[in-house]
Design a protein around this ligand. Sequence first.
Ligand code: SAH
Length: 353
Amino acid sequence: MKTFPELVQTLRETRNLPDPELKALLEHQGPDEVLFQAADKTRREIYGDEVYIRGLIEFTNYCRNNCYYCGIRRDNKNAERYRLSQEEILDCCEEGYALGFRTFVLQGGEDPYYTDARICAIVTEIRRRFPDCAITLSIGEKSRESYQAFFDAGANRYLLRHETASEPHYRSLHPDGMQLSNRKRCLYDLKEIGYQVGSGFMVGSPGQTTECIIQDLRFLQDLQPDMIGIGPYITHPDTPFAACPSGSVDLTLRLVAVLRLMFPYALLPATTALGTLHPLGRELGLKAGANVVMPNLSPVSVRKLYELYENKICTGEEAAQCRGCLERRVDSAGYQIVTAIGNVKRESAGERG
Ligand code: SAH
């Protein structure tokens, strides 16, 4: 069996490892510095020290789904529900634009109030007022026709984590009625339509094994998404998983680095969940290979209500403060925030050696 540095080097050179070696890498005991350094090297070769910012607008916490891990699940009667109007969403964009954001991410529960017509109207208006910005949607599973309509209205990117690629694990995280096959269908549809697509999964979700994670990595190799979002699972007291412990920061960081080496061109966010479990979680994520941060642009009045998990950070600050705070954090980690639109870089056919 290869040593840890040998595994890292092979992964960096070939962007792949056989299952037993991936398992050894993921379960390795001891410091990850060699891995983080390799990931940082790969990241700097392609993206330099640039960190892209995305303004996150959490526009509804109503949800028709009942995922066992999620704080805004339908049956959580303690969740105080809210929706932003089109005008409120546009105000968030306006404020974000002035702060230098050129990507707006509209995320929400699967809220039937926002019919395709309403989503298209919102997207059309953002596209009209901010023609130089990317519009990212993260509103769950829809029909191909709906995705096409949003795209035609001007949306460019879509975030839909697959959550887990293991069928039995998927079943243990979601009630009957939700299907892994449908989530995958959505991702392939989005890609075919022409979106830049983001997928991903939670690290340390209840019942997750190393084998599940390997399946996640294999699925991502098949999908080849442009963005991959991972963050630790974090407990929420008003869910069926209230007693399940949160995931680990260390394993999340290790996976960020593994993803950077497997997908050198991917956009990888240092997530809010990572920052929630560790005061320097996002900085550590950047040093492990992440190159995106997604500060909150939602109105402060609703930030606490979009409570996917407990103790979520940055719920008390104005967008401008968030921007300044992140700027300092990114700088302290040795990178720099850029206000460019930050599209994914794609490898040209000749580049792959
Ligand atoms: N309805 C949209 C947005 C979901 S919320 C959709 O279905 O894509 C965005 C992400 O938050 C989810 O994909 C999930 O991976 C993550 N999430 C939900 N509950 C969480 C928890 N308890 N801990 C950490 N991440 C969580």
